[in-house]
Design a protein around this ligand. Structure first.
Ligand code: ADP
Length: 379
């Protein structure tokens, strides 16, 4: 091979390498031009490069942007924060990520999420920025925050209302109840028959109202008087609930069986109340025969799932949600006594423990109430 051949070959190789480099740069340019993310390069705080998406987000053309200070696009309230980030970058930080508002050409504010990294561009120090329009996200986030605030506020207001109403109504009600009872005792049979009936209705009404108000107060106390969670042995809890129900169990010949029950993080007093309400209902809503109640617990997805199964009258699935609402009952007071607050209290207790409660019909007869409690303890 002659010297000329060697020089020719070397030149061809160099040309090929240059062609490849140009090809790579073209691909990179296509990537920048078609990117869904705004990309820009700054030198001395001024735009040196802006891709199509960047221009689209801010509404200015490449010509209008190149050579202008990037801070001019930043909302005055966010300028300090963006400037401080730039200073940190100059001091050697390797990358920075932040959110701010930008002012686009038509005057609209847009929320931007941005990542910037220091680079070398045309032999000089520069900053490469990735720029994403998150205005829609921010708007949804803001709306969600507002809805949550509103919900928390109205919830707190409702709870306060329920507490104050039930608490403050107790005193006047006690007066009405005790004076109607006094009337009944003193004037029973001394006035006419109608008067006896009227007084009996008044006594009955006052008693019932007394029960309703007490229940409402108990309901609002689930959140206002809740105790901190502690390690709670559910075996002991069910023992206590069963012992509190001894009379009903004796009268109905109820048989209560159970699997081994776990220890959970919970408010023990509320857990007794929860089991007592569910077992009490299983006894109260029995069919003609003696109640057979089974209490179980299974693990699934980080939760303990408890069940209280009965062989009672069962619940029509269409009312499965309604029965957990305050004062909602499926039967008249003459058939089964009660105020309809027990399951609402159960729901509130379970939700305070970050769990869920529901009911399912059994295959044969009766129904099973389930509730979950996180294995690591609720909030
Ligand atoms: P209460 O027992 O005072 O009526 P609850 O809130 O405890 O109030 O129950 C609401 C309604 O749900 C009851 O009136 C009853 O109709 C139904 N219910 C609750 N537990 C059972 C059960 N184990 N079997 C059948 N029905 C039930």
């Amino acid at each position: 091979m002659t010297k000329a051949d060697i020089i020719r070959e070397e030149a061809a190789g160099e040309l090929e390498a240059q062609r490849r480099q140009v090809g790579a740069l073209k691909s990179l340019k296509t990537l920048f031009d078609t990117s869904l993310i705004g990309i820009y390069i700054l030198q001395d705080g001024k735009f040196q490069f802006v891709n199509a998406r960047f221009q689209e987000i801010v509404g200015y053309s490449e010509n209008e942007l190149l050579g202008t200070y990037s801070l001019e696009l930043v909302h005055p309230k966010d300028r300090n924060m963006v400037r401080e980030n730039a200073v940190r970058m100059l001091k050697g930080e390797r990358s920075s990520q932040y959110e701010y508002r930008t002012i686009s050409k038509n005057g609209a504010n847009k929320w931007i999420a941005e990542t910037v990294v220091p680079i070398q561009y045309l032999g000089k120090r520069a900053v490469l920025g990735n720029f994403m329009d998150i205005t829609d996200h921010k708007q949804i986030e803001e709306e969600l925050k507002q809805t949550l605030n509103e919900l928390q506020r109205s919830n707190a207001e409702l709870e306060q209302f329920a507490y104050v109403a039930s608490h403050d109504l107790q005193e006047p009600l006690r007066m009405v109840a005790s004076y109607t009872q006094l009337l009944a005792r003193r004037y029973q049979g001394k006035l006419d028959a109608d008067a006896d009936d009227f007084i009996a209705y008044a006594v009955g009404g006052a008693n019932r109202m007394h029960k309703l108000i007490n229940d409402l107060l108990a309901y609002s106390r689930v959140s206002t008087r809740g105790k901190p969670f502690e390690l709670t042995d559910c075996e002991a809890i069910v023992d206590e609930a069963v012992s509190n129900l001894q009379m009903a169990i004796g009268e109905s010949d109820a048989v209560i069986t159970r699997h081994h029950l776990p220890t959970v993080m919970a408010d023990p007093t509320q857990l007794v109340q929860l089991f007592q309400n569910l077992i009490g209902n299983a006894i109260k809503f029995r069919k003609g025969h003696a109640p057979e109640i089974h209490i179980g617990a299974e693990q699934s997805d980080g939760m303990w799932s408890f069940s209280v199964q009965d062989n009672g009258i069962g619940i029509d699935p269409q009312y499965a949600d309604r029965i957990f609402l305050v004062f909602q009952r499926l039967h008249g007071n003459e058939d089964y006594r009660g105020t309809g607050i027990g399951l609402a209290i159960c729901k509130k207790i379970v939700e305070r423990h970050s769990g869920r409660i529901w009911v399912e019909p059994n295959n044969s007869e009766g129904s099973t109430f389930y509730f979950t409690i996180p294995m690591k303890g609720g909030k």
